[in-house]
Structure formats: C-alpha cells, structure tokens
Design a protein. Structure first.
Length: 197
C-alpha cells in the first residue's frame, strides 16, 4: 500500500468525523501543502517541514498547527495542544463535522504558509534537566539483562527514559512504563525516536 492509499485508509476509518476531516483535508491541500503520513496521521508539509496535522479521536477531531504559537489567531480559535508542555503547537478542536468552516480556516492556513515562506519558526529548547537513575529502573534493567543496551544509548536518550520513569507519580504507573520501555531499550531505540524526523 503506497502513502496515498494509506492516507485514504486513514480517512476512511474516521467514520464519525469523515465529513469534517474531508473538509479540512481539502482546505489544507488547496493551500499548496504536501500531504504525507507521519506518526500514523496525515501531516502537511512545505519544503519537508511539518506544518499541519489532522486527526480524529473518540470525542473530537481537529487541525494542528506545528508553529501555531506564531499565528495571530484573529478569531481566537487556537488552544495549546498540551498546556505547560507544548511550546509551539496549537490546535483547533471540532466536536461536530458541521462546525468546520473552510472560510474561517483560510486566514490560518494562509498565515502558516506566509510564516514558513518568511522563515518564521519557533526554536525548541533542549531540556537540560539531568535525572538520577531511579532504583526501580536500575533493577528492571538488571533483571532483564538490559543494562548494556541502556548504556549503549546516547546520554540524551538515557535521560529521556529516566525522566519518563521519575516523572510518574504512582508506583503502578512507573511499573507499567518500565514494561513499555524495556523492549524499546533492548532494540536500541530512544523513547521519542518515532516522533523525530
């Protein structure tokens, strides 16, 4: 299955939001974005730069602007994708396909193209927090013969895994996160590799 078939399959699966996502897709493509599939979702690029994403969820669907913080947001529609964590990404959520108004979205799409053309971009800051190896992770690595695989990872990848465990509030969450990451560590993958270009 080629990319366009995979994209069509993605949209076909979104039965609840099919009509609304079709309108969003048409509007975005009309502004010269290249349609790609990244992280299993439709992503729209110019010059290889991720600028827009579309996706459907159980209770809503929406359009994501990767550099949304730079948009003037004339209609005050944009919200932070993940308050406190997301620096640049903003999105517009819809709860009914009838809510999608292509004319309303036009200035957002045009400004996204203009900002990209002018080279406006938000720089993501690298985290400098360094975390100490928690005992629960150290023990799990030893018990699963994964210490060498962990040590073979770059320091930044090691820190991502450690932070992922340390920031879990409950012991049960820490344990379930360890179960999730052990196979990734054994394969030499970083926690966030699938999100990186």
């Amino acid at each position: 299955m080629d990319v366009s078939e995979k994209l069509d399959a993605y949209f076909d699966k979104q039965e609840q939001w099919k009509e609304g996502l079709a309108r969003l897709r048409k509007a975005v493509k009309a502004h010269g974005f290249k349609e790609e599939l990244k992280w299993g979702m439709p992503t729209y690029t110019i010059d290889g730069k991720n600028l827009i994403g579309l996706s459907g969820f159980k209770k809503h669907f929406g359009i994501w602007f990767h550099q949304g913080v730079l948009l003037s947001d004339p209609l005050n529609l944009l919200t932070n994708a993940q308050e406190g964590k997301t620096k640049g990404m903003r999105h517009i959520k819809f709860y009914d396909s009838k809510e999608v108004n292509v004319e309303t979205l036009k200035p957002y799409l045009e400004e996204t193209v203009k900002n990209h053309t002018e080279g406006k971009t938000i720089k993501t800051e690298r985290k400098t927090d360094k975390y100490e190896m928690p005992d629960i992770l150290k023990s799990a690595l030893e018990e699963n013969n994964s210490t060498k695989a962990f040590e073979a990872l770059s320091p930044s990848k090691q820190n991502e895994y450690i932070e992922y465990i340390v920031t879990a509030k409950r012991e049960a969450t820490k344990s379930s996160r360890i179960d999730k990451i052990l196979p990734m560590i054994q394969e030499g993958k970083g926690l966030n590799d699938k999100y990186k270009r």
